[in-house]
Design a protein around this ligand. Structure first.
Ligand SMILES: [Mg+2]
Length: 507
């Protein structure tokens, strides 16, 4: 039996309806589509599309896409190639010491969404409330050195709170702090670590601000030179575009990449006639400025990719446009509001302005979901998390017991809680844990993801699992004042007895 179908039957009524449904009318409950969405399974499925906001696809007539890491996904082998090319560029063009060439790429070194203190050379994880998660601050060298908590507090004025609005812009870029948000960040962080390591271990004085800028430029050059299409793995891109187009949906592309680069990749993934799928194609758009100012007019490229001088009065199918801005785009197409859905991987450059200023629907591509949902599905994670929650509940309830024996037990529980937190963190990444959570809170990345995207998913191929009239309903998660206390279900009646001793024995 089909695995997905089997899973649906075991958790549902066998026809996509919940078990609590009235079975007297089960014969009438026939799904109108063969597609059984992966979200109906008990286990998290990496093909699921997750909803932050209710979205009815039936209302969406126009689908827009970013290119890199949205239509085109790349194999992880690309990271090493970007690293090697950027390292070469740094040495040859910026005259960095040859010794840096001895530093090879380190796989799985860091994760996306981390913040980098450009002046102090520190990489760290920050939560939704702008607090640094202690134990995740590292000097950016090839052997990551965890900065002790008391030193972190000293470095940031006696607190682990970072006033991000003073040190970093809305789009997560400098002047003092940068958030590594795109997928190029992984080789970028690794190259920064290699260069830092070389200068420090050879006792060479250098300016970390210059280093950050030069590495960032070198990484950008690899992208512009356009080697990347060889590592494309977007093998379902054709199926997604074909399905949308054959249902009468309009499609458009807005990318920062140059035409020659996109053309190579799209021919490889979709075929020579890829442009037939799109009603509008815009390259070198300069997002996020494309979305938030209306300075640059559209320009047309001819079939050789050369710029034309004519004034743009309409955006026509079959043509390629460069630059432009969203205000003109809206005027020329009339594509407004929630009938437009735009997919992108960069929360700021692709999605933030569309969500906050223009009311388009937005979908975030988060490839890390594939690995993270696998971890969440393991027994080890489930057991650790369940006991972590139970321990936290016990600590909350029992903290008022002050006798020496109770205090001792509380200390043991606190210690065990710390150990469990380390276990759950290490399941994702030994240095930084999950990209979505710190110990207490959602990460800064996670909060932004919820704010700027209606839906999020591992890749656009997840769309193939859903009917085009499907409505995504966000799960109602309780607010703090609505949620039951940690142990309410378990502890009813227990409080009347010397409960702490009891619980200690039960364990
Ligand atoms: Mg992109």
């Amino acid at each position: 039996m089909d695995k997905q179908l089997e899973c649906s039957i075991s958790s549902c009524g066998g026809n996509g309806m919940p078990l609590s449904a009235d079975w007297s009318c089960k014969d009438q409950m026939v799904p109108s589509s063969d597609l059984i969405p992966p979200g109906v399974c008990n286990l998290l499925n990496p093909s699921t599309i997750y909803a932050n906001n209710e979205v009815n696809l039936e209302e969406v007539d126009i689908y827009g896409f970013d290119y890199d890491y949205t239509l085109a996904l790349y194999s992880s082998a690309l990271d090493e190639m970007i690293y090697n090319k950027a390292r070469e560029f740094l040495i040859q063009h910026y005259k960095y010491p040859e010794g840096i060439s001895k530093y090879d790429y380190i796989p799985n070194f860091a994760t996306r969404g981390l913040h980098y203190d450009i002046q102090k050379g520190l990489l760290m994880k920050i939560d939704a409330f702008h607090y640094i998660q202690l134990g995740t601050v590292y000097r950016l060298c090839v052997v990551l050195f965890c900065v002790p908590d008391d030193e972190v507090m000293k470095l940031y004025g006696g607190s682990n709170h970072v006033p991000l609005h003073q040190v970093s812009g809305f789009y997560g870029k400098g002047p003092k702090m940068k958030q590594f948000m795109d997928v190029f960040s992984i080789p970028e962080m690794t190259l920064l670590a290699a260069a830092n390591d070389y200068f420090i271990s050879n006792d060479i004085e250098y300016d970390p601000v210059h280093l950050y800028k030069d590495v960032s430029d070198a990484i950008g050059m690899v992208h512009i030179k356009g080697y990347m299409y060889k590592w494309i793995i977007g093998d379902e891109t054709y199926a997604v575009l074909h399905r949308l187009a054959s249902h009468g949906k309009k499609l458009f592309l807005i990318t920062n990449s140059p035409f020659s680069f996109v053309d190579k990749g799209m021919k490889y993934m979709v075929g020579k006639e890829w442009r037939d799928f799109f009603d509008v194609v815009i390259v070198q758009a300069d997002k996020p400025h494309f979305f938030n100012d209306c300075v640059k007019p559209f320009r047309r490229l001819d079939s050789n990719g050369d710029l034309q001088w004519d004034r743009i009065k309409s955006l026509n199918k079959g043509q390629i446009y460069k630059q432009g801005n969203l205000v003109d785009f809206l005027k020329l197409t009339g594509w407004r509001g929630s009938k437009v859905f735009y997919f992108g991987d960069h929360l700021y450059s692709d999605l933030a302005d569309l969500m906050l200023r223009h009311g388009w629907r937005t979908g975030a591509i988060v490839p890390e979901l594939e690995v993270e949902t696998k971890v969440v599905n393991t027994d080890q994670y489930a057991q650790s998390l369940t006991w972590l929650q139970a321990l936290t509940g016990l600590l909350e309830r029992m903290q008022m017991y002050r006798d020496p024996e109770s205090k001792k037990v509380l200390q043991e529980w606190l210690k065990e809680r710390e150990e469990l937190r380390a276990v759950t963190k290490n399941l994702f990444n030994p240095h930084f844990g999950s990209i979505f959570r710190t110990c207490h809170n959602p990460t800064y990345f996670s909060r932004r993801l919820c704010r700027f995207s209606d839906l999020y998913m591992a890749s656009i191929s997840c769309l193939l699992n859903y009917d085009l009239s499907y409505t995504f309903y966000p799960r109602r998660t309780p607010l703090q004042h609505e949620a039951p206390l940690w142990m309410d279900q378990l502890c009813t009646g227990c409080m009347k007895t010397p409960f702490l001793e009891e619980m200690a024995h039960i364990r």
